[in-house]
Ligand binder design. Sequence first.
Ligand code: PCA
Length: 323
Amino acid sequence: MKFTPALIAVAAGLTFSASAAVAETWDMPMAYAATNYHSEHGVMFADKVKEYTDGKLEITVHAGGSLFGGADIKRAIQTGQAPIGERIMSAHANEEPLLNWDNQPFLATTYEDSAKLWEAAKDTVNETLADMNLLALYTCPWPGQGFYFKNEVASGADVKGMKLRSYNAATATVIESLGGTPVQIEAAELTQALATGVADGFISSGSTGYDRKVWEHLSHYYKVNAWLPRNYVMVNKGMWESLDSDVQAGLQKAADETGASCTAKSEELANWYFEQLEENGMTVTDAGPEFLAELKEIGATMQADWLSQVGDKGQAILDAYQK
Ligand code: PCA
């Protein structure tokens, strides 16, 4: 028999309030590799939550899509199967196009601009998430997005007919616009997809190529820095509201500190990842002028399409960002 605080209290004949005596434990599914800085920050967050809530709330992190696969994490949290979890926010843009705010090519390509854009988008994004029964506790950017290939690519013509792995609607659109075929695959399954020829390449940061050791299958990385998409730690809104206000405050303090630390880490690692790709034999270069010009054109179309989908709310984000 396990002697939980509750049993010990009963055995001692004490009267107590269950919520005060027994720590609540939350499972936190996360989508990406356990060794990735996003997941390491999830663990840091859990430690901070325990400390700042005086042990009233304990979070157990399950990284790498091990508890729920990346594609299932949001639904698990919305439905209360898990109270809290993490995933790339823009993967949910097929349901709520507004959540494509951070996947507009060439809109915000530096960490400074990414922070500015989040500041401009935050309130609207939070309203959108609330409608989905979710609340964002913190967000953290991936480094800039570029292209992984098996061979040299000078322009879109070289991409035609390729099967490229996508991770959300925006990446699928870029791939289709280049004449390729998008294949939606979780980061956790990427190595397998490349090994079996399901995908010939993909769009991502240096981070995911490093995590998945893609140099075993691919040879070229083109730095485009097209956008810096964000992961977010989301909590079921109802479960958040059921927490005592001091526990909420502890969670929020842990989240604020972790989000800031994770963002700084992302920036610190961005070039290190490129060095690791090179050390493992990949050619890492800037995208050539022709390819870049084509991507900019695709980006302009995507932004116009996004604005026509989301209307004034999207325009207000852009206006606040560009002010
Ligand atoms: N890595 C994640 C999303 C963006 C990134 O840099 C992935 O490729 O799934």
